[in-house]
Design a protein around this ligand. Structure first.
Ligand code: DPP
Ligand code: ZN
Length: 860
């Protein structure tokens, strides 16, 4: 497929000032009349032809300034409309198109989900509704009239504020008109029509305006929307307090639909969500689901400023809104919950998803320079590494200058389509700093390595710490390294180093040596506290050094990291360590009651994927699985008395109502982690305890945790639990997704046959992205031993799904195919099988651009 290059950016030759839409909803023949107020762009090329984007469109009528265009003066097809010699003055184009929302299986543009009409326009879905300049630097003011059968679609929602509405006289139809005063690119357009139940409330902004806030869900599920509504309100308040950003319309609507390619979409005033990230009740959602709902509600709401008021000039700047908005939602969640615990979760996600991406054939800079299919660039690198860059910026500048820079960024770019340069310029202006070297983080793919080594001089009471970075042959990056020294009894507070300010050293050279004075004993350096930069650290510390950090470091992230580092070393060396078990035991004694969520994370041995990530050698998933199981067994046996005590102590008193708050969730997390480790050491006791826990559970968190523990222990108890779960939740597709996922991740030979059976389950549907991700996605991304089976059967299963999905939903198919992204690192036989399958996919005739692009890049 042809590549689009950042270097080729040119402003549009035409602008569209106003868009007046009239959308007559119909299941198969929805008619859209678009009146576009166009004018030549002074920044574009004078006299250039007008080329409007289209995708799968049928043109019904076309007028220019009210008169039909002469045949021959334009060309129109499903993929575009061109007027060779448009007027060189403002003019109006009236375009009538017809689309079939029921047949739209790509879930881009206007489609139906469970009977509800909805839209998804990012990145390029608006061109599936009408012909348009579908690019983010064309900003227009939209007025949308929506008309539908009143019984089929009693609720009609659009962007902006409602203007008028009512019955269409003499018909069974009704209409609503919405007006959005804020100019926006087409990707932020949305409309919804259907039967929906709202939960509503009013929010008063810091500017004193009242906002009607509503969350609309499938009829009968309104009580499951209460948490999402509360999360909207908390997000609105937080963005005012933390960033001074107030909401800017009279209404804010959130709609949940069941068929959705992404997690959610930030359309102006009308966020549309995958219902997985809205619906929650104690019976159907886990603590993790509640946390994800809170984060994604916040994320989409925060886009109102970082993305909507200030949007992107082109899709290469995607990180400008996504990285920044992920950073903002992470800060929000940290304020709502435990900052330390949340930071650990963020870094785990980064390492699990972004590090492998950055180390494989799909690697790309946070700001890519070329793409064949933009929908393949909604990646962990753009989002998660993009957020890390913003976090580093804050660390470098300090909170005051960072906030001032954010304020200036909004002020200078409000109503504009901006670039990464505009963003950095605002911080340079406020801080007086030159950020040109820092900007390299946006341009350079790959995870830098940070190497540290130290030397203590007992006589001089000095400690020399040498830090070196390596990435490629380019200039060194600017790496903020938060650090401190830890002695045998705790922090060495007296040690000083003039180059370390507020606990941070900024490494801007390839290598540097820092001298600390007043260091009375050999210290252990605590490096990259709070994971202050997205790098791989090689610090050459012994197990004893890590255990000292685990016991004494003041930084909770590095205490957790110390346990992870020891676990990694033990799994690599295949050796047992009594000292590690003892250290974890002491940690449980200390933190088990004080911070159970943290203790639960410390008990969690790195996943098989995380271990594979850290390996230098070729990856053998079976060997990793064996090493990890052995370590878990050993810890389960060694810690048994403490785990049993925690299991008893953390039991919720009967009658206490479920609360999704961080404290209660932390207790459940630790209790369930204790159960899981007991089962790893003693499967018989574990299975019995898990089965009882499953039976007695009063919430989904406990029930699913019990099921997850049982899933690793073959036998009747496990199968009975699976059957009971399926029966209990037969009418709950989102809950059955958890059941699909747990079974897909069983690391046993029989899993392939199990998945084959499950694809025939009545609740499974290839047309629903959540189902596909739960069953096939969990297998591909969460079952390394079976996905990468040496016989290639695991790869083949995923490839078959990709092939089956390619023509109906290429976006979801392409995402699934990225599971092959780390194939080159696998041991020989497996790598050969993966390569063979990727090559087969690449040659399928008529392959979508989405899948073709991933296949080609994976093989490059
Ligand atoms: N809806 C996606 C997100 O918010 C893309 N904008 O990240
Ligand atoms: Zn986003």
């Amino acid at each position: 497929p042809p590549l689009i290059h950042l270097a080729d950016y040119r402003p549009s030759d035409h602008l569209i000032e106003r868009v007046d839409l009239d959308v007559r909803l119909d299941p198969h023949r929805t008619r859209i009349t678009a009146v576009l107020s166009l004018r030549p762009n002074p920044a574009g090329e004078a006299g250039a032809p007008l080329r409007l984007d289209g995708d799968d469109l049928r043109l019904v009528a076309l007028d220019l300034d009210g008169a039909p265009l002469a045949p021959g003066s334009f060309t129109a097809g499903p993929q575009g409309l061109e007027i060779a010699e448009p007027p060189q003055r403002p003019f109006t184009l009236t375009i009538v198109t017809e689309v079939d929302p029921t047949a739209n299986t790509k879930l881009m543009g206007l489609y139906r989900s469970g009977g509800v009409y909805c839209t998804q326009c990012e990145a390029d879905g608006f061109r599936r509704i009408t012909y348009f300049l579908d690019r983010p630097d064309v900003l227009s003011v939209y007025t949308t009239r929506i008309e539908a059968d009143a019984a089929e679609a009693p609720v009609l929602l659009g962007n902006g504020d409602p203007v008028e509405g009512g019955p269409v006289p003499g018909t069974d139809r009704h209409y609503a008109v919405w007006h959005d005063p804020h100019p926006k690119p087409a990707y932020l357009f949305a409309l919804v029509g259907g039967r929906l139940d709202p939960v509503e409330t009013t929010f008063r902004t810091l500017e004193g305006r009242d906002v009607r806030v509503a969350v609309h869900v499938e009829p009968g599920k309104a009580e499951r929307a209460a948490y999402a509504l509360d999360a909207v309100i908390r997000s609105m308040r937080w963005d005012e307090e933390a960033f001074g950003r107030a909401y800017d319309l009279a209404v804010f609507n959130v709609v949940a639909v069941s068929d959705f390619n992404m997690g959610a979409m930030e359309n102006k005033g009308l966020n549309i969500f995958n219902d997985k990230y809205v619906l929650a009740s104690p019976e159907t959602a886990t603590d993790a689901d509640y946390a994800a709902i809170e984060a994604i509600i916040a994320h989409e709401y925060f886009h109102n400023w970082s993305g909507n008021r200030v949007t992107c000039r082109d899709w290469f700047q995607l990180c400008l809104k996504e990285g920044l908005t992920v950073f903002r939602d992470q800060e929000f969640s940290s304020d709502m919950r435990s900052r330390a615990v949340h930071r650990i979760a963020e870094v785990r996600a980064l390492r699990a998803r972004q590090f492998p991406e950055d180390a494989g054939p799909l690697r790309h800079p946070v700001r890519p320079t070329a793409y064949a299919e933009i929908n393949n660039f909604y990646t962990a690198t753009v989002y998660e590494k993009g957020a890390e860059i913003v976090r580093m910026l804050k660390t470098l500048l300090g909170p005051e200058a960072f906030r001032a820079g954010m304020d200036r960024y909004y002020a200078d770019n409000d109503g504009r389509a901006a670039t990464v340069e505009d963003f950095l310029k605002a911080f340079e202006a406020e801080s007086g700093r030159d950020l040109s070297a820092f900007a390299q983080w946006y341009a350079r793919p790959g995870t830098p390595q940070l190497t540290a080594s130290g030397r203590h001089d007992a006589t001089a009471r000095t400690y020399d710490l040498t830090l070196a970075q390596s990435l490629d042959d380019g200039e060194p990056l600017v790496i903020p390294v938060a650090l401190g020294l830890v002695g045998a009894g705790g922090a060495l507070d007296g040690a000083t180093c003039p180059e370390v300010r507020d606990g941070v050293y900024v490494l801007a050279a390839r290598e540097a040596t820092l001298r600390f004075s007043e260091v009375p004993e050999p210290p252990v350096p605590s490096l990259l506290r709070g994971f202050s930069a997205p790098v791989r650290l090689q610090a050459d510390l012994s197990e004893g050094d890590h255990l000292r950090l685990l016991a004494h470091d003041t930084d909770p992230f590095n205490r957790w990291q110390a346990a992870q580092s020891v676990a990694h070393a033990l799994m690599r060396g295949g050796s047992a360590s009594a000292a590690f078990a003892e250290a974890l035991g002491r940690l449980l004694d200390r933190e088990g009651a004080r911070d159970p969520a943290f203790a639960a994370l410390a008990l969690a041995i790195p996943s098989e994927g995380e271990v594979a990530n850290e390996m230098r050698a070729e990856v053998d998933p079976d060997a990793i699985h064996a090493a990890r199981s052995a370590l878990r067994r050993e810890l389960g046996l060694a810690l048994r008395p403490r785990l049993d005590a925690l299991w008893d102590a953390l039991a919720e008193a009967p009658g206490v109502p479920y609360s999704p708050d961080a404290a209660a969730a932390g207790r459940r997390a630790l209790r369930n982690a204790a159960l899981d480790l007991v089962a790893a050491g003693d499967p018989q006791t574990g299975a019995a305890r898990a089965a009882a826990h499953f039976e007695a559970a009063t919430n989904m968190t406990d029930r699913l945790a019990a099921l997850g523990t049982l899933a690793l222990i073959p036998g009747e108890a496990r199968e009975a639990a699976f059957a009971a779960f399926a029966e209990r939740y037969a009418e709950e597709p989102l809950v059955l997704d958890k059941w699909f996922a747990v079974q897909a991740m069983i690391p046993e030979d029989g899993t392939l046959a199990r998945i084959a059976r499950l694809t025939a389950h009545p609740a499974f549907a290839l047309t629903n992205p959540n189902r596909v991700r739960a069953l096939i996605g969990s297998f591909a991304f969460g079952n390394p031993t079976q996905f990468a089976r040496p016989d290639g059967a695991g790869f083949a299963l995923v490839a078959d799904t990709v092939r089956a999905l390619d023509s109906t939903n290429p976006q979801v198919a392409a995402k699934l195919l990225t599971a092959f992204g780390s194939w080159r690192r696998l041991k020989k036989t497996r790598a050969c099988k993966a390569e063979e399958i990727l090559k087969q996919i690449k040659t399928i005739p008529g392959l979508s651009r989405d899948v073709a692009d991933i296949a080609a890049r994976s093989l490059a």
